[in-house]
Design a protein around this ligand. Sequence first.
Ligand SMILES: NC(=O)c1ccc[n+]([C@@H]2O[C@H](COP(=O)([O-])OP(=O)(O)OC[C@H]3O[C@@H](n4cnc5c(N)ncnc54)[C@H](O)[C@@H]3O)[C@@H](O)[C@H]2O)c1
Length: 263
Amino acid sequence: MDDKERVAVITGGGRGIGAAAGLRFIKAGFHVYFADLNFIRAQQFVESLKSFQSHAHPLSLDVTSDDSVMEAIDIVGKKHGHINVLINNAGITNQQPTVETSVSDWQMMIDTHLTGAFRCSKAAFPFLKGATDASIINVSSIAGAMGMPIRASYCAAKAGLEGLTRSLATEWSKDGIRVNAVAPGWVLTDLIQKDLDSGLVSEELLSSRISLKRLGKPDEIGEVMFFLASNASSYMTGQVLRVDGGLSIDLNPGNVNAVRTNS
Ligand SMILES: NC(=O)c1ccc[n+]([C@@H]2O[C@H](COP(=O)([O-])OP(=O)(O)OC[C@H]3O[C@@H](n4cnc5c(N)ncnc54)[C@H](O)[C@@H]3O)[C@@H](O)[C@H]2O)c1
């Protein structure tokens, strides 16, 4: 086993935040497995990386399937002998009034975001244990700490993921594995573009409520993931880093004159 060869697996790595994060890790010398339900998407992304292709590997993986997760993680673990970084990033959205949400839709959301992270972490554990600077990064959302109408299952799944992050951090610290989470605000990816195109959300309105007055870019989340996997965060575990342009810290969004002193 050559533990100098650093290996990262990113679920949902075929596009968006996962793809951007993967490129960041490749630039730092990692071998990155872009593990996606949509294998062709992962393959096309890898092909687009041109000079970085030697370190980029598409991988077919469905986080909702025990067999698929075991098989995919095993391929990587057995090939390299270890996995240094697992990023549980695969995600879907589902906007539905709660009274119209079926139990199967609810379960799909929990299965993808929460159980998927549990499944992948459990499968990767033997390969993370003992690897240099081993770390898991779970991709939560500000929805893990804040509420949103018509997204109860998403908010519940992300809140659960933050609980899983803290628990695994306490349990696996003895195995040399740090577990942290990143919680993005609105980030311009295909996932959000769909909502912008349908008029469900407006970029102008969203931006007006964000302290930095714009949506985030996928590579801005990738940078924070890289920080969480690097030695620069060696004393951090069980933490959730909110990367939201100030969206979750503003009590009076968009109104800088809201609090005036009496004169
Ligand atoms: N974009 C945002 O504004 C935002 C904000 C907060 C959190 N997030 C979270 O970031 C993560 C990535 O989001 P994104 O915006 O890049 O989304 P995206 O839709 O662009 O990419 C998600 C990827 O996950 C893959 N995927 C879906 N189900 C899967 C499964 N069962 N197994 C494996 N792969 C699967 C998709 O094929 C897709 O390639 C998600 O967990 C999302 O909840 C996104």
